[in-house]
Ligand binder design. Structure first.
Ligand SMILES: *[C@@H]1O[C@H](CO)[C@@H](O)[C@H](O)[C@H]1NC(C)=O
Ligand SMILES: *[C@@H]1O[C@H](CO)[C@@H](O)[C@H](O)[C@H]1NC(C)=O
Ligand SMILES: *[C@@H]1O[C@H](CO)[C@@H](O)[C@H](O)[C@H]1NC(C)=O
Ligand SMILES: *[C@@H]1O[C@H](CO)[C@@H](O)[C@H](O)[C@H]1NC(C)=O
Ligand SMILES: *[C@@H]1O[C@H](CO)[C@@H](O)[C@H](O)[C@H]1NC(C)=O
Ligand SMILES: *[C@@H]1O[C@H](CO)[C@@H](O)[C@H](O)[C@H]1NC(C)=O
Length: 499
């Protein structure tokens, strides 16, 4: 149960995270998780959004209800929930000017301030609001003490997506009332798990949010809505499309790793070749590290750094004289940079995200992955049983794998949403393995999929830069136009009702 097996890279693999790091928590152990579980708890540092809390932003705290759904004594406890607000561009309540609300996900919101919302605020004359998700950042119940809030399953019980959505609703309703902005339409925005929340928020609270931009939101990833395979199929596809020979080299490397490992002193040899930080105890430590490296590169395969291309250039560019394992090592160096050692570095203390998101994936956000038939990876058994056992070991709770799809839907999503839902943009980049659990088809006139073949995880909701490729600029323009139409229709409805 020691966390000492984990490296910064391997420990944090997170479903969502477009974003920033959590605070480290000393003294907590993360149990040993299989690599596929860790992929679901991904390192949030890979895609740090631009962050500059200028004086235009005010940080505020809302006295939030601990438990929105019960009337037990502790339900009435309050905790301070952080939100950040920016009035600079707002057209005001009298103009019924819109509110763009960023829904925080499994990390502190600090890293999310600005970006896409800020870029479009002026043209919408929008008020910007960013709300932190409960149990992350500074928004931890029980007097903001991490030890109680995050260590005791009976208090962690108040960490759920349903409570989080209710928090968002309560704050947004309160803000509109306080600002006298009854008629200001709210558009909710989120990425990854936050994107999932944004789309669910529109479905569950249509009277609060006029529409949702759900970026890289794998809403079909839960329980058995889709097969468990596609995440790694997309990773393999990204590599294959980048370089056939690189994909081939990686495919052949697994067997070679096992072959060398089975030789006398094989693990020592592998440890040397891969400059591991600690001697390898098994070949799977190395294989897991490589699987995570490739998955991370694919998920964050952005057009600026092109990590998949960097790995493949190194593998393909290695001297034909060196053996396959040295080529693979060259890929690792290209991915991580020149480090003093690779594989199994000393693990940092787990972050809030490691712990709290681990809890979330052990309760509602159950998304087992598997590799059965992949062109690049060795088979990896589907791990639902292991997943369930790990959760019991970690928290003593049995996950509810079917609850997310029961409560939010997912099966036959087109049929369910076609006539019932409206005003949701599901944006994706097809390089992102999570796009395989996203909505990639237009379901109705206003429940639409806007994707790019070259985009990666949450790319569209990052800040625009001068280097942005045309397809990304276009994707954002389409999203803005769609939101503009929703708002125009809303104002027309409002005028019609007032007459
Ligand atoms: C943050 O914004 C302020 C005001 O716009 C600017 O002066 C400062 O240089 C910025 N800081 C960073 C780190 O970008
Ligand atoms: C929140 O609760 C505290 C303590 O009860 C109180 O002092 C503070 O004024 C409240 N804040 C708001 C915004 O209501
Ligand atoms: C908004 O409208 C009210 C009532 O019509 C008026 O009293 C107030 O001055 C207006 N506020 C602004 C900022 O225009
Ligand atoms: C790593 O260091 C070697 C020489 O020590 C250098 O040739 C290479 O360019 C460096 N690679 C990176 C990715 O910095
Ligand atoms: C395995 O994958 C390949 C290509 O991705 C596909 O053509 C084949 O049908 C799959 N086989 C099985 C048994 O799923
Ligand atoms: C869905 O509709 C939007 C808006 O009309 C369009 O931009 C987008 O390309 C469509 N998506 C697909 C997958 O056809």
């Amino acid at each position: 149960m020691s966390s000492s097996h984990y490296s910064l890279l391997t420990i944090l693999i997170l479903f969502s995270v477009c974003v920033a790091t959590g605070k480290n928590l000393n003294g907590y152990n993360i149990p040993k998780l299989s690599v596929l579980r860790r992929i679901f708890i991904r390192d949030p540092t890979k895609l740090v959004r631009a962050f500059n809390l200028s004086e235009d932003f005010q940080t505020l705290f809302y006295n939030q209800t601990l438990d929105h759904f019960n009337y037990r004594p502790e339900s009435y406890n309050l905790f301070k929930q952080k939100y950040v607000i920016n009035f600079k561009y707002w057209g005001g309540a009298n103009a019924s000017a819109p509110i763009l609300a960023y829904l925080g996900a499994e990390a502190p919101i600090d890293g999310n301030i600005g970006d896409f919302e800020l870029d479009i605020a002026a043209q919408f004359r929008a008020l910007l609001v960013y709300i932190e998700h409960r149990f992350y950042g500074e928004s931890i119940p029980y007097g903001l003490t991490l030890d109680k809030g995050l260590s005791d399953p009976s208090t962690l019980g108040y960490l759920s997506s349903t409570q989080a959505l209710a928090d968002y609703a309560e704050i947004l309703v309160y803000l509109k009332q306080k600002l006298n902005a009854k008629n200001s339409p709210i558009i909710v925005i989120g990425g990854s798990y936050g994107g999932v929340l944004a789309s669910w928020f529109r479905l569950k609270y249509p009277h609060v949010a006029l529409g949702a931009l759900a970026s890289s939101a794998p809403i079909l990833y839960f329980s058995d809505i889709i097969p468990q395979e596609p995440y790694f199929s997309v990773v393999a596809k990204d590599f294959l499309e980048t370089s056939v020979s690189c994909h081939q080299t990686i495919r052949q490397s697994w067997e070679e790793i096992d072959r060398v490992a089975s030789e006398p002193h094989g693990l020592t040899k592998l440890s040397k070749t891969f400059k591991t930080c600690k001697p390898l105890q098994s070949s799977s430590e190395l294989k897991d590290h490589l699987i995570e490296t490739y998955a991370g590169a694919a998920q964050y395969n952005n057009p600026f750094k092109r990590p998949v291309e960097a790995i493949c250039n190194a593998i393909d560019g290695a001297s034909p004289k060196i053996d396959i394992l040295r080529k693979i090592f060259a890929g690792l160096v290209a991915s991580g940079g020149n480090l003093t050692c690779y594989v199994n570095p000393p693990s940092p203390a787990p972050s809030q995200t490691d712990l709290a998101w681990h809890w979330q994936t052990c309760t509602e956000m159950v998304a087992p992955m598997g590799i059965t038939n992949n062109t690049m990876f060795p088979p990896y058994p589907s791990e639902l049983d292991e997943f369930l056992n790990d959760c019991k070991r970690s928290f003593g709770v049995p996950p509810r794998p079917h609850w997310a799809s029961t409560y939010y839907g997912g099966h036959d999503i087109e049929l369910a949403l076609h006539r019932f839902a409206s005003n949701i943009i599901f944006s994706n980049g097809l390089q992102d393995p999570y796009s395989s659990g996203g909505i990639l088809k237009n379901i109705s006139d206003t429940v639409v999929a806007v994707y790019t073949t070259e985009g990666s995880h949450c790319l569209d909701i990052l800040s625009a830069t001068e280097k942005d490729p045309t397809w990304l600029v276009t994707q954002r323009k389409i999203e803005v136009e769609i939101i503009r139409k929703w708002i125009a229709t809303y104002y027309a409805d409002l005028r019609a009702i007032k007459k």
